[in-house]
Design a protein. Structure first.
Length: 255
């Protein structure tokens, strides 16, 4: 999945640190920058077109909300508001979602997951086929799949989704959830952990390579010692899982 661009206007140092610490855990977020001055914010928004904007509305001076009408609004604005504020007031201003300034990491992670999921769904609906130049992963039918209808059920925010094993490319740990990426450029989140998930997968080709990553060996481009290259990404195979990984790769080559 391509990176989601994100920009933030946060006027409080403590709040900024909370946001940075939380969002730095996301590999799928590309930070364009953080600013804390209104003039810098308005100037940069005339040049940048981020998909996600995180907006500090707690420390805005009274009557200054008109700046929302002065910017090119990104499609997804997440507002940080005071616990005393009425969320509907800001939603009526065109924000996609809001979160209290007293948020926990888990709360913010869930809000960002929601945005990424919507972006992914929209991209899949409006993607024109074929787009060979922009598709980061070319789907190659797995030769190691036992049955075409073998599937994995993800559950996130009370929604259950069926995902076929043979299109899963990478599974990574994201906070208290896991992110499941597919060769068809879909992104799913699942309320579980890497250990429990690995036990439910066909281990002959969906292999755990470290404490936070599972990969599909069918989509490997290159292997150099303990480094695995998949499209533009590089994953490290830890010593604890190297034998399991090597066995899966050897089994694939024999088929």
């Amino acid at each position: 999945m391509k990176s989601v661009t994100c920009f933030a206007f946060i006027q409080n140092a403590t709040l900024e640190k909370k946001v940075i610490d939380c969002l730095s855990k996301f590999k799928s977020i590309q930070f364009i920058g953080f600013v804390n001055q209104r003039v810098d914010f308005l100037e940069r928004m005339n040049h940048f077109r981020p998909e996600v904007l995180i907006l500090d509305l707690v420390h805005c001076k009274s009557g200054e909300i008109e700046f929302l009408e002065m910017i090119h609004k990104p499609p997804f604005i997440l507002g940080i508001i005071s616990s005393k504020d009425n969320p509907h007031f800001w939603l009526d201003k065109g924000l996609f979602d809001v979160i209290s300034a007293q948020f926990s990491n888990d709360m913010l992670i869930r809000k960002i997951f929601k945005i990424i999921r919507v972006i992914s769904d929209i991209s899949n609906v409006y993607q024109v086929e074929p787009i060979a130049a922009e598709n980061p992963i070319v789907y190659k039918p797995s030769r190691a799949v036992a049955k075409e209808n073998d599937s994995f059920f993800t559950r996130f925010q009370k929604v259950t989704t069926k995902v076929k094993f043979n299109i899963i490319s990478v599974i990574t740990k994201e906070g208290k959830l896991i992110a499941i990426e597919t060769a068809t450029n879909q992104l799913f989140f699942h309320e579980s952990n890497i250990k429990e998930t690995a036990q439910k997968l066909p281990q002959e080709y969906l292999v755990r390579i470290n404490n936070s990553t599972i990969i599909n060996v069918n989509f490997i481009d290159k292997i150099e010692k303990n480094l695995v290259y998949m499209d533009s990404r590089v994953f490290r195979v830890s010593r604890s899982y190297y034998f399991q990984f090597k066995s899966a790769v050897s089994g694939l080559r024999k088929k």
